[in-house]
Ligand binder design. Structure first.
Ligand SMILES: CC(C)(COP(=O)(O)OP(=O)(O)OC[C@H]1O[C@@H](n2cnc3c(N)ncnc32)[C@H](O)[C@@H]1OP(=O)(O)O)[C@@H](O)C(=O)NCCC(=O)NCCS
Length: 238
């Protein structure tokens, strides 16, 4: 995740890999490619972001309001956050469109430009945050899930990160919710297997917390985070 959206500042969630997922989708990337089923992926910056930022904010708020985020934010905050993120050196926003409707997105930024709560766990573990790219939230509208769009977005994002040549690894955080959380849907399944398939590994030595007010709550509470990391040393040029 990135420096934004959740706790009026950010939180963790997403994932990544490389162009063209192993299980499937033929994507169309921002270089003109084509995703499965006619989905197009575009990197949003400048005027393109300005045109789409409202739609992106609505998409993110819809998905981030679900378990496990349960985040209740404002469109105004989201739009400000996304504009700031796009302006960061290394800030990354990719959106997937079907027939010109945005159906999914992923955000990210170099870890050294992230929230203290995300950066500090890595610094304390002896990692250099300048060498780590941090994926923020990956969000796919419910009716478009299971088509490989989330995986493909992460893979395209990862190829952008590779191209910079600046990063030794990619990380993202995941909220840890209790197994018996009252708002956990019966059908909820974690995407952990997909993250592993994409080459990410849980870092048991690195943990953190991030605070925000859950939807329906009145006060902020600290959410434990665990972090997934992929070394690019093993995948660059692979
Ligand atoms: C997680 C998420 C981004 C995956 O996007 P997607 O386009 O559905 O993913 P893919 O089709 O590429 O499949 C990747 C994994 O997503 C999960 N997934 C797939 N379809 C799903 C669905 N209908 N509902 C929930 N998760 C689903 C599975 O774990 C899948 O891995 P698998 O193939 O080993 O089963 C998407 O389900 C989403 O936006 N969820 C809500 C936000 C969220 O939980 N983000 C991650 C927090 S760590």
């Amino acid at each position: 995740m990135s420096a934004g959206a959740l706790p009026e500042g950010g939180f963790a969630a997403a994932l990544p890999a490389r162009p063209v997922p192993p299980h499937g989708p033929r994507l169309q990337g921002d270089d003109g490619g084509d995703i499965k089923g006619g989905i197009r992926v575009e990197r949003l910056t400048g005027a393109a972001l300005a045109d789409r930022v409202e739609e992106l904010a609505v998409l993110r708020l819809a998905v981030l309001g679900e378990f496990p985020y349960l985040y209740s934010g404002s469109a105004a905050y989201e739009e400000r956050y996304l504009s700031d993120l796009a302006g960061l050196p290394g800030g990354l926003i990719l959106a997937a469109f079907e027939r010109n409707r945005m159906v999914a997105a992923v955000t990210g930024a170099p870890l050294d430009q992230e929230l203290d709560a995300l950066r500090d766990p890595f610094t304390h573990a002896g990692c250099d945050p300048r060498s780590i790219f941090y994926f923020g939230e990956v969000v796919v509208l419910p009716c478009h899930r299971g088509r490989g769009i989330g995986t493909a977005l992460l893979e395209i994002g990862e190829s952008h990160i590779h191209e910079t040549g600046r990063f030794a690894s990619i990380a993202f955080g995941e909220i840890v919710r209790s197994i018996d959380h009252p708002r956990r849907p019966n059908a909820y399944r974690t995407p952990d297997a997909a993250w592993r398939r994409l080459g990410y590994r849980l870092e048991p030595e690195i943990g953190g917390t991030l605070s925000w007010c859950d939807a329906c709550d009145r006060e902020e509470t600290a959410k434990p985070l665990r972090f997934w990391v992929k070394s690019l040393a093993t995948s660059i040029g692979a």
